[in-house]
Ligand binder design. Sequence first.
Ligand code: ZN
Length: 255
Amino acid sequence: MERSELLSWLNSTLEPARFADYCPNGLQVEGANQITKIVTGVTASQALIAKAVQAKAQAILVHHGWFWRGEDPTVRGTRRQRLANVLTHDLNLIAYHLPLDAHPQYGNNVQLAKVLGLIAHLDEKGQPVTGGAKDLVWFGSPNEPLSLGQFVARTAQALGREPVVIGDPNAPCRRVAWCTGGAQGMFEAAIDAGVDLYITGEISEPQAHLARESGVAFMSAGHHATERYGVKALGQAIAERFDLEVSFFDIDNPA
Ligand SMILES: [Zn+2]
């Protein structure tokens, strides 16, 4: 299919204009006009580019693209290498950051909830209840009564990695807030909302103290691990809708 047709579906589905983001959303690097194969992954790293080259794809679709605000924009070192590979192989680089966190069907938050068995709280219009900066934090409850310790075990099993948790394993885990990726800075918004547990991908030093002092548990379940599911779901939707081959590659990342 034509690149423009794919982009127009992606942009009308993900509505990037609604977000004040830290990077350009949509087409970041222009490649071939005709697309038959897409490789998806969390981050447009050299390892993912190599997978796309190997698969003879014409497009890479990711959550973490390039050209982040505040980054050194000069083209050298690893940045030059990545760009050279994408240009040499006529690859389109397509990235959606915040729009792919927040989307009610394909977003990282809704997809992580599915993986962890969390039921999102909905407002009277049937939309997810959200809060925190840019309304990126979701609220909900586990699909059965669990203690924090039981929920942690469930998470470790589902994500294939042991989360970092500050909290009493015997305390009940009824109201939960979550935001995938590096959203440790939104912990206080979750504390203010009165939840039992806040889940995100990363932890910094202050959150351990905030958790102990507030009594609200904090779980760092992995930036990569919590953001694998949105782009994967989006890729599946593309494959179902269009005559395209879409392959998701999970490039392991301990962070
Ligand atoms: Zn992220």
